[in-house]
Design a protein around this ligand. Structure first.
Ligand SMILES: Nc1ncnc2c1ncn2[C@@H]1O[C@H](COP(=O)(O)OP(=O)(O)OP(=O)(O)O)[C@@H](O)[C@H]1O
Length: 207
């Protein structure tokens, strides 16, 4: 369903990677691994259509993502490494804002439930700036519980700053999304806690 063919990424005068192919079908999890700076986040941003490849193409259901931006973005949920959250707003307000701007219908009860499942009930109304790094990360990941209809999740370092229990919970949640026909691409320096085979794209020291 998602295919990348012959991708190349140039940053300044540095070629981070080239001839990169990947493909992922419904139900699949793809882990992108590799050293710091090898281009994992750059690849993810490309797969989201946020930056253009120097060479190669990205296809969604056989058609270039550039030719079906709206269709593709309706199916996509991207959570970047640095959470796109407002420090002055609470987790509850941040999620309300994120869902509204993405066009995802989420009621106050849905948001409260997502925050409860992420263990953030006590912090739901506090300004984000007083929360710990792990609690901020959980806030951004709560989006996953509020956009199940988006088939493709692209997650940059979703496990960073999470404790073991949260890593376990997130791994289960990713697997249930895949069981329901979703697909997930993630970067991580740790294995996660998956109970199924995960495809791995090792970018090594490319570039
Ligand atoms: N203008 C530029 N000129 C040269 N190199 C650049 C330029 N902009 C970015 N880079 C390099 O591009 C790479 C971007 O890496 P990226 O964030 O995609 O890596 P990553 O694999 O996700 O790393 P990490 O594991 O540390 O998160 C870095 O090595 C960075 O130094």
């Amino acid at each position: 369903m998602l295919q990348a063919l012959g991708l190349a990424c140039l940053k300044g005068d540095r070629l981070l990677f080239r001839d990169l192919d990947l493909s992922l079908d419904r139900g699949g999890i793809l882990r992108v691994a590799g050293a710091n700076g090898c281009g994992k986040s750059s690849l993810l941003r490309m797969l989201c259509g946020l930056s253009a490849p120097e060479a190669g193409s990205i296809l969604w259901r056989g058609k270039s993502i550039r030719k079906q931006r709206d269709v593709y973005h309706d199916q996509l949920l991207y959570i970047g490494h640095a959470p796109a959250l407002n420090e002055r707003l609470s987790p509850r307000e941040n999620l309300r804002f994120a869902c509204a701007s993405a066009g995802d219908a989420a009621s106050p009860a849905d948001i409260a439930l997502a925050l409860e499942r992420l263990g953030l009930t006590t912090q739901a109304g506090l300004p984000l700036r007083v929360l710990s790094q792990g609690q901020r990360k959980r806030t951004s990941l709560a989006r996953l519980l509020l956009a199940p209809q988006r088939t493709l999740w692209i997650l940059d370092e979703p496990f960073s700053a999470l404790d073991a229990r949260a890593v376990e919970m997130l791994s289960r949640h990713i697997e249930s999304h895949c069981d329901a026909g979703g697909m997930v691409i993630l970067t991580t320096h740790q294995e996660g806690a998956f109970t199924r085979p995960v495809q791995c794209l090792d970018m090594g020291e490319r570039g």
